[in-house]
Design a protein. Structure first.
Length: 131
């Protein structure tokens, strides 16, 4: 069972979408972001990405305006999130938008990514996070 968060540091949860086990996209009436269970965060996200987020009630949180792009970039790099192709984004456009945001808001993270410091050495076992 993949338990969605019942709280949000941004206010009352309006919608909660599971991106992958242990990782959730949360919206509230005024804000939102990406919330990651502690066990998933330590297995999925590099130290560089974890520094971008903040911890609240056992979840690593990435605010939607500036920080969520780092979480999405790492999820895409690990094959845990697929860039959509739809009426809003053609092939490659979503990833380019995410990359542009990361470069603008988190240039130190982008440099670490370019230097290979965001790669994770071990295989991720997603079933561990479904509890």
């Amino acid at each position: 069972m993949n338990c969605e968060p019942s709280f949000s540091p941004w206010g009352v949860v309006q919608t909660c979408k599971t991106i992958c086990p242990g990782v959730f996209e949360v919206t509230t009436p005024s804000h939102g972001g990406i919330m990651v269970k502690k066990q998933a965060a330590s297995q999925i996200f590099s130290e560089s990405a974890q520094k971008v987020g903040f911890w609240e009630r056992g979840c690593l949180c990435f605010e939607e305006d500036c920080d969520a792009c780092v979480a999405l970039r790492e999820l895409m790099d690990r094959g845990l999130h697929t860039a959509p192709v739809n009426q809003y984004f053609g092939p490659g456009e979503y990833a380019a938008c995410i990359d542009s945001s990361v470069q603008h808001f988190h240039p130190d993270y982008w440099k670490a990514r370019e230097d290979g410091l965001t790669q994770m050495p071990k295989q991720i076992k997603m079933k561990e996070f479904e509890r």
